[in-house]
Design a protein around this ligand. Sequence first.
Ligand SMILES: *Cc1c(COP(=O)(O)O)cnc(C)c1O
Length: 364
Amino acid sequence: MTSLSDLPIRDDLRGLEPYGAPHLHLPVELNVNENTHPIPEDVARDIIESVARELLTVNRYPDREFTALRESLAGYLVSTEPGLELGPEGIWAANGSNEILQQILMAFGGPGRSVLGFPPTYSMHSIIAHATGTRWIAGERDADYLISPETAVDWVRRSEPDIVFLCSPNNPTGTALGLDTINAVYDAFDGVVVVDEAYAEFTAEGEPTALSLLEGRPRLIVSRTMSKAFAFAGARLGYLAADPAVTDALRLVRLPYHLSALTQAAAVAALAHAPEMLAMVDDIKFQRDRIERGLAELGYYPWPSAANFVLFGGVSDPEGLWQQLLERGIIIRNLSIPGHLRVSAGTAAETTAFLDAMRELTPR
Ligand SMILES: *Cc1c(COP(=O)(O)O)cnc(C)c1O
């Protein structure tokens, strides 16, 4: 049998681990921060009709510039952020925000260049860095997973990266980042600042996002996704907002026709129902708050979360507890943070099942 190490693989990929969230099918799946609420049936019907229409011309290549989709995405973002001026030329999309991040690193990173991130953070950030030959620099956070402007700037000055990845709210900690930190990082160097806002829709109402900083900052990129709030993880649609010059850079590295006609049609149809699609966000936030309260009552230490998941400490045996939940048909996430586990907010019933199991499994 041939093993990976027998192959003439790139030296810089030897010994690396692939993205590895266990993908098991269980009654209660709260492990990868999906939106567990199914999309409303009338929206699903609309999406099916749009995709069906598109299928009739699928012998042709799709719109390489996905113009209708970019208009829909710009319209959606403008509707969420008061005062935001953003047109389709400032939008780019790809098959999930993971592909967005990969394209950014292909255009602005690569061999001889580096990206600074602040673990614990989304594991794909360093994996995509390695895959594109970009050196990953692990910065350090302040206490309570926060990053002050001073700490961030200090890391930028010391490590001289070409790109900085910030994640707000941060996965897996749920921590929201102040706009002052993003601003300070931008001013501290001449490189590209990427703010991964995959969970933006779950932050407190009226809280400005990094979109509000785009004006006059051509090296700032705000990455978003339809995977979480829009319950569209299986459709694969991520996007970014930035100066139009950034999209010109990405055209150099993307594969032509990277977004299928079916993906484009499905996303446009879903965005036409944005308010309905997002109606479940309020319930998810409510369930998240229930988890925070419930875990605290049991003696655990949930970190305040602005996303759709909760990281909690005070777990004496994370792997053991993860296994015991699994035996009860519930999967959450063990990220190997000592004493911690992460759970996604589910439906009311899933959240209740999780909290009930935790009550049973917690020694008094
Ligand atoms: C889930 C997640 C994504 C989403 O990735 P997609 O490829 O859009 O599904 C991006 N960033 C972070 C921080 C995430 O947690």
